[in-house]
Ligand binder design. Structure first.
Ligand code: ASP
Length: 312
């Protein structure tokens, strides 16, 4: 039996202890732990890594503290446009959606794109239409609303700028961060990855980041690794970040940790690509790296490891 493991993230960026209350920190830790436990329970039953990353991501999407599903950031028009993707390292099958406005759990829709369509990426209205055909649960705007993210948007909406939801350095003690994702390795040595996000605050023109792009924010291949990224999407796209980790393993024979370290702490840093990523390989080894102050994260394995962390 293969060692089985799961790692999750809830976003990376300027996460300062000084800007966090004990109560809020506890809420984040609980949110991370429950997603980790949900994914791990799937693996423990002997089910697939694909199912485990989907379940863990759904728990994070349902948690208003994280920038995905409920609690997603606001676009320039004051709306929510969510992106998600999922990939199976066993056969490279993948599904993704970008700019969906009503879907309660975008990762579930990405999964349906993978299993019930012949496409990989569906965008905007078409993706919402596919969701209805697939009987995917939808919600109205107020479900996704969070006062904090609304205030965050009001602060910058006239500026024409867009920001990572975690890069506000104001010490107001109520900051809420986080694109979410999960990677896992199951007892059969199959690996998978999923990522889900509301994107960046005040984004315009149907902007999509790295999260719905296979190879950029999400990638999985049993031969190398499964990766879910978080950070400034434009730079992760330019770096083809998730696939680059896989390439370094495949072509250079590096370990997951070595390959991820090059991408996160060298290649991305050189182009100002703030963020981080989590990864797993087919032996159940995990890596969680970031080049900023913190990353909401957790990792759990059949060897007894069980941790959540926020700061460096
Ligand atoms: N990578 C996401 C995006 O650019 C944002 C994030 O990770 O928080 O849409």
């Amino acid at each position: 039996m293969n060692k089985f493991s799961i790692a999750i993230h809830g976003g990376a960026g300027t996460i300062l202890k000084s800007a966090m209350t004990d109560e809020l920190e506890l809420a984040y830790r609980k949110g991370l732990q429950s997603a980790l436990d949900a994914g791990y329970a799937v693996l423990e039953k002997g089910a697939s890594s694909l199912e485990a990353v989907k379940q863990a991501t759904i728990v994070l999407e349902d948690n208003i503290l994280f920038n995905a599903g409920r609690g997603s950031v606001f676009t320039n028009k004051g709306l929510h446009e969510m992106d998600a993707s999922i990939m199976n390292g066993f056969d490279l099958s993948a599904g993704a959606v970008a700019g969906v406005t009503k879907v309660r759990n975008p990762v579930e829709l990405a999964y349906k794109v993978m299993t019930n369509s012949s496409h990989v990426l569906l965008c905007g209205e078409g993706a919402d239409e596919f969701a209805r055909e697939q009987n995917i649960k939808e919600e109205e705007g107020e479900y996704f609303f969070s006062q904090f993210r609304y205030n965050q948007w009001l602060d910058i909406r006239e500026s024409g700028e867009y920001t990572l939801d975690h890069s506000d350095t104001k010490e107001n003690g109520e900051k809420k961060f986080g694109t979410v994702g999960a990677v896992a390795c199951d007892i059969n040595g199959n690996i998978a990855a999923a990522t889900s996000t509301g994107g960046m605050t005040n984004k315009k023109y149907g902007r999509a980041g790295d999260s719905p792009l296979i190879g950029c924010g999400t990638y999985a291949n049993n031969k190398t690794c499964a990766i879910s990224a978080t950070g400034h999407g434009e730079l992760f796209i330019k770096a083809v970040a998730a696939y680059d980790v896989s390439c370094l393993i495949e072509y250079k024979g590096l370990s997951l940790q070595e390959a991820m370290n090059i991408v996160v702490n060298d290649k991305l840093v050189k182009i100002n690509g703030e963020g981080g990523m989590i990864g797993v390989d087919a032996k159940g080894n995990m890596a969680l790296l970031f080049n900023c102050e913190g990353m909401y994260r957790g990792w759990k394995s059949s060897n007894g490891t069980d941790e959540v962390a926020i700061y460096r």
